[in-house]
Design a protein around this ligand. Structure first.
Ligand SMILES: C[S@@+](CC[C@H](N)C(=O)[O-])C[C@H]1O[C@@H](n2cnc3c(N)ncnc32)[C@H](O)[C@@H]1O
Length: 189
């Protein structure tokens, strides 16, 4: 006869087996986040349609994401806008490899991920940019944008301190502590 204690131990072992790899992956992503200016926090999938619509992505647009994380937003866009081109720049090697793997699995050819620093890349070809960074990082990035970028930038939650957004839209009615429910749209044309 199986005792309750034995059932509990089996259940605990099962739980450990399932959750341990998830904890390990999370820890590894955070360790590699030390090399980046902003830690990895994913934009929820439910917000993708509103962000794409605010960016007004056109059939032959060229769209960049600064710090593309797990690649989720650009993969979603690349499927819905097959003639537009999408580029994600990511400095966390684990996240970069993971997005590359997801891209290959999706079979999409209108999408590329660059393993690099957003401050070292060129944006003259870009027409739309999405980012979810932090205020100081955006401020450091502003001079480069003003010199080289001509288009629309959408930033979730965070703003430039010396440039006003054209408009701000609500991505969800549930308010976040840092304004994560807001998307600020900037015009660099
Ligand atoms: C808050 S997360 C947002 C991830 C993704 N954009 C999203 O919305 O789901 C910020 C991302 O920027 C990346 N990052 C931070 N500093 C970077 C840098 N200097 N160059 C490239 N990527 C960077 C981080 O590794 C992280 O994946």
């Amino acid at each position: 006869m199986i005792h309750t204690a034995e059932v509990l131990i089996i259940l605990l072992q099962f739980l450990l087996l399932v959750t341990a790899p998830l904890f390990l992956i999370r820890a590894l992503v955070q360790i590699f986040s030390d090399r980046t200016d902003v830690p990895f926090v994913r934009t929820p999938r439910a917000m993708f349609p509103a962000i794409a619509s605010a960016l007004d992505i056109q059939p032959f647009d060229i769209v960049y994401e600064l710090g593309s994380g797990d690649g989720g937003f650009l993969l979603w866009c690349a499927e819905r806008y097959p003639n537009a081109k999408f580029t994600g720049i990511e400095r966390n090697p684990l996240l970069y490899r993971y997005s590359e793997w997801r891209k290959k699995r999706s079979g999409r050819h209108n999408l590329s991920f660059v393993y690099g620093d957003i401050f070292s890349e060129e944006y003259a070809a870009a027409r739309k940019i999405y980012c979810y960074l932090l205020n100081p990082v955006m401020d450091r990035f502003l001079p480069k944008l003003e010199r080289t970028f001509h288009g629309t930038l959408a930033s979730r939650a965070f703003r430039f301190s010396t440039k006003e957004p054209e408009r701000t839209v609500e991505l969800t009615s549930k308010k976040g502590g840092h304004g994560e429910h807001l998307l600020h749209i900037y015009d660099f044309s």
